[in-house]
Design a protein around this ligand. Structure first.
Ligand SMILES: Nc1ncnc2c1ncn2[C@@H]1O[C@H](COP(=O)(O)OP(=O)(O)O)[C@@H](O)[C@H]1O
Ligand SMILES: [Mg+2]
Length: 436
């Protein structure tokens, strides 16, 4: 007979193994670092100018960042900080290299599907990396207690207070006080104020705004991480709701992000958990754009269909059941997304079943399906083994063509995502303008 303690024992052994993998991959310091990027990559994938033109410009202007020459002695390699400085200071044929950034706050994109293994975390991670390499400032939020994205970004010791759970506790305390203060006579408020909430909620809730955001090895990517214990937020939140019946529990993360200065980030990516719950609802309510990855198999089609139904139902239920609470909290219902996109992942172009499934998706969802599916590649598997994205992977460690093919698949998906985002973003900025 086996029991819970056996599972804990297996967990213990597995954690020890993880530690060993980390030592082997992130050695010697066991902390993840970001590699430099070559002139070839900058010219081909970032600036879109010939490498020789770039070299010439650099040698003509010695006070520009010059990168450093590695062992092979042939290429110059640049840190992302240097690349971003070059972006700010260089122009080619009168064209600036800084990416377009509409006014207003950052655009928020939730990568969500209740099916596990469809590539949510891989997509969220690669889109965040691609945006950072494109010159944007990025915040990632890990809503999934499996914490794949958190681990992929090199964070290991995460306390549950600093996850979305903590944000929800902090929100409960702040909302409790706001609601209490809205009564002329606070004694007539039927709901508790923060100092009447349980001590643990008060102590987690007392954290400051900036306590949740952590730096990563990417100079322009920050993360609000997750960890296994954050799974308990699903139980705890039910209890919090019982404690405070006027709490708009679905708006915590949106309210939190509204506190950010508009110009602190450009893109915010959410990696969502594979289940309906408090965390996934908060992600949905905070998102401008919903990105739904789906694999090319029948069961993935099946569960994507059911995901659409479940999330749709949940949002409708909130719209009808929480009208008053939401209005009082300034949340507009029904929740509106600026766009919804379906992205096929793990796609093999020469597999007729995959092609047929993509066709079926297009027949059903029309233009909502992204033009460029993400290809299934060995390179992603291989770099994933070292806890790296294809962008983080040094192309000299694999066949350059294999690396390039994988990279181009994500680049195309990113270009499409960026176009979608810019379109919605400009429209969103106009809406905000009109509101003022
Ligand atoms: N384009 C791809 N090519 C190869 N392997 C992939 C690709 N996308 C995802 N995978 C692999 O599939 C598995 C599940 O991906 P993941 O992003 O963790 O899914 P989810 O977050 O939806 O559960 C991972 O092992 C990942 O390496
Ligand atoms: Mg995941």
């Amino acid at each position: 007979m086996r029991q819970g303690s056996d599972l804990l024992d297996m967990n213990e052994r597995s954690l020890a193994q993880q530690q060993a993998v980390r030592r082997a991959t992130f050695s010697p310091s066991e902390t993840k670092t970001l590699r430099p990027f070559s002139i070839w990559e900058m010219s081909q994938f970032m600036f879109g100018v010939p490498a020789d033109t770039l070299r010439k410009k650099l040698s003509e202007t010695p006070n520009l960042p010059q990168g450093s020459v590695e062992d092979d002695g042939r290429q110059r390699w640049f840190s992302l900080e240097e690349i971003n400085e070059l972006r700010r200071r260089l122009k080619f044929k009168g064209k600036r290299l800084t990416p377009e950034r509409p006014p207003g706050r950052a655009i928020r994109i939730a990568v969500s599907n209740f099916k596990g293994g469809v590539g949510k975390s891989v997509v969220a991670q690669h889109m965040a990396n691609a945006a950072a390499l494109d010159g944007y400032r990025v915040l990632m939020i890990d809503f999934d207690p499996q914490a794949t994205m958190t681990h992929a970004m090199g964070l290991v010791e995460v306390r549950e207070e600093t996850t979305v759970w903590g944000i929800m506790c902090r929100d409960l305390c702040r909302e409790a006080d706001r609601i209490a203060a809205s009564y002329d006579n606070p004694d007539q408020c039927p709901y508790p104020s923060s100092d009447e909430l349980p001590a643990d909620v008060q102590s987690i809730g007392a954290q400051r705004f900036q306590d949740f955001i952590q730096p990563t090895c990417w100079p322009t990517i920050d993360i609000i991480p997750s960890c296994a214990n954050a799974a308990f937020v699903e139980f705890a939140s039910a209890q919090y709701r019982a404690l405070h019946k006027a709490w708009s529990f679905f708006g915590c993360v949106a309210r939190y992000l509204d506190e950010l200065p508009d110009d602190q980030y450009d893109f915010i990516f959410f990696d969502c958990p594979p289940a309906i719950g408090y965390q996934s609802l908060n992600a949905a309510f905070a998102a401008d754009i919903l990105y739904i990855p789906s694999g090319p198999g029948y069961w993935e089609y099946d569960s994507t269909t059911s995901f659409l139904g479940q999330l749709g139902d949940a949002l409708e239920d909130i719209s009808s059941g929480f009208q008053k609470i939401a209005m009082e909290a300034g949340i507009a219902l029904p929740k509106r997304f600026l766009d919804i996109r379906i992205l096929m992942t793990r796609f093999e172009a020469n597999n007729p079943l995959h092609a047929a499934m993509l066709e079926a998706f297009r027949n059903v969802f029309d233009d909502d399906v992204c033009d460029h599916p993400i290809e299934m590649t060995r390179a992603v598997e291989q770099s994933g083994r070292f806890q790296r994205s294809i962008y983080e992977q040094d192309y000299r460690d694999m066949t350059r063509e294999t690396w390039k093919r994988a990279r181009m698949s994500f680049d195309q998906a990113y270009d499409e995502l960026k176009a979608t985002a810019l379109k919605s973003w400009k429209a969103n900025a106009i809406v905000r303008e009109a509101k003022r």
